[in-house]
Design a protein around this ligand. Structure first.
Ligand SMILES: [Zn+2]
Length: 192
């Protein structure tokens, strides 16, 4: 999940909660400048933010910086308590960075709210590049070699007292009868 923060036009500020002298977007700003301008301070739902992994800073409709969120801090302002994000800027070579930086805001909507939350398709794909057994190891396949069998054996231990025979009996009972498929095979054979 990601949080999208849209920054407005450049403006100078005083007494800023993050000690900045300006906020907002200006042409050719660096990614660090975009992150600094966009990471705070906002009215954010802490529970929502804690679920997000990446923050995208958007200026004039395009992604100007992407960070992996490491912390959220709360700041008292004259307009109530607001939050700021802390994070590490992503750089070239990171799949999320390569896919979204300088591109059109992937979470664009008609809302006037600067903040939006959502799933990035690339993030979902990135998650899918980890072993399906849940061990967390990266893999180009569904499983790290050997882990598919390990995952099956773990389930047999957990749900069938370690008995492969009980597991197979349960599986055979659960699966639909195979008659329709047998008929197709027979028909194919009859044609050849
Ligand atoms: Zn695994």
């Amino acid at each position: 999940m990601a949080i999208r923060i849209r920054i407005g036009d450049y403006e100078r500020v005083t007494d800023d909660a993050l000690d900045r002298h300006s906020v907002g977007y200006f042409p050719r700003m660096t990614e660090s400048e975009a992150w600094e301008a966009g990471r705070g301070v906002w009215r954010l739902d802490l529970r929502m933010v804690r679920r997000e992994r990446y923050a995208l800073i958007v200026g004039e409709g395009r992604v100007r910086a992407i960070a992996e969120i490491t912390d959220v801090t709360v700041h008292g302002t004259d307009r109530g308590r607001k939050k700021a994000l802390w994070g590490t800027l992503l750089t070239a070579g990171h799949p999320i960075y390569d896919h979204y930086v300088n591109q059109i805001d992937p979470l664009r909507n008609d809302s006037r709210n600067s903040v939006a939350y959502g799933d990035l398709p690339e993030e979902v794909r990135l998650r899918a590049r980890h072993c399906a057994c849940g061990c967390g190891q990266p893999t180009e396949q569904n499983f790290v070699p050997g882990h598919a069998l390990r995952a099956i054996q773990a389930r047999i231990r957990e749900h069938f007292g370690g008995s492969a025979l009980s597991f197979l009996a349960w599986l055979d009972n659960e699966l639909p009868a195979e008659e329709p498929q047998a008929e197709v095979l027979t028909a194919d054979r009859a044609r050849t």
